[in-house]
Write a protein that binds this ligand. Structure first.
Ligand SMILES: O=C(O)CCC(=O)C(=O)O
Length: 283
């Protein structure tokens, strides 16, 4: 028996590449965080880079800017489940706030998170926590069970403003869509998915915004293989490896120190992830 997952749930995660639904917090707490998102992350401008179109900067690593987001990514119920799959020494490598406005065309093509993260070994897990209802109608995450067993697959970049991934990365193999499983979540619930499992999400056809946070956790032994030294946040256990510079927790909402730490961290992240060559030739 783990801290949050029983043996069957861990076995399902290893076999299918995901486990869902899990409970992080009450619907009331999720609604409070939803209101924080509306107040702090409404900026919608997506900076264009040489390789694609980035998410608005307040939606990337918001836990470095806002104390409420720093609490969210350290929520014990999420960390307990993460610990059950990657062990007790846990860093946050990345986080994206996925905000799909009601009735908009934004979507996420089939991809593996490992593409362009440059992490080794492939032990990263993403916790996706819903702050509003995430349903098939509102474009919830859909997973291809067991696809993580194929290893890193080739991806091609796609510069399309409707694509919500920073490089528009789309897997360059045929997907057996009939085998795909939607993973709807209620506010306060979360899923865990493996860094190599194929997943996607469709446009939001509902009349409400679909908002969730995808938090990338890694065991402290994982390293970044590129030339840029990156930063990460220690949220549980020890960091005996020193593979990353440790990030500070924000003391006040978007104060000068938080803005500096955030700009430094996401600046390094963009350099690293955007300089990895297109992965068309991976096989
Ligand atoms: O929120 C979405 O629709 C996509 C999320 C995703 O790709 C991820 O968390 O890895």
């Amino acid at each position: 028996m783990g801290k949050a997952l029983d043996e069957m749930a861990v076995a399902r995660y290893r076999r299918d590449g995901y486990v869902t639904p899990l409970r992080a917090c009450s619907p009331e707490q999720a609604e409070a965080w939803h209101q924080d998102v509306l107040r702090c992350c409404a900026e919608a401008e997506r900076p264009v880079s040489d390789t694609g179109i980035r998410q608005p900067s307040t939606r990337v690593k918001p836990y470095l800017l806002f104390p409420w987001a720093a609490d969210l990514v350290r929520h014990p119920a999420i960390l307990d489940a993460v610990e059950d799959v990657i062990g007790p020494d846990i860093l946050i490598f990345h986080t994206t706030l996925w905000w799909k406005a009601a009735g908009t065309e934004g979507f996420v093509p089939w991809h593996q998170d490992a593409t362009y993260f440059g992490l080794a070994p492939h032990e990263h897990v993403t916790a996706w926590i819903a702050l509003t209802p995430s349903t098939e109608e509102s474009g919830c995450v859909t997973i291809l069970p067991g696809s993580h067993k194929h290893g890193q697959l080739p991806h091609a970049d796609r510069k399309d403003p409707r694509v919500m991934l920073s490089r528009g990365q789309s897997v360059a193999v045929d997907i057996e869509e009939r085998a795909a499983v939607p993973i709807p979540l209620k506010p306060g619930q979360f899923s865990l998915h493996d860094t190599l499992v194929l997943h996607a999400s469709a446009p939001n056809r509902s009349s409400h915004d679909r908002i969730g946070l995808g938090i990338s956790y890694i065991p402290a032994r994982v390293k970044h293989v590129g030339p840029t030294r990156l930063s990460a946040t220690l949220v549980r256990g020890e960091n005996r490896y020193g593979h990353f510079d440790l990030e500070p927790r924000p003391q006040a909402e978007a104060d000068a120190a938080a803005l500096t730490a955030h700009a430094d961290s996401i600046g390094r992240f963009w350099i690293a992830s955007e300089s990895i060559p297109e992965m068309k030739l991976v096989h």
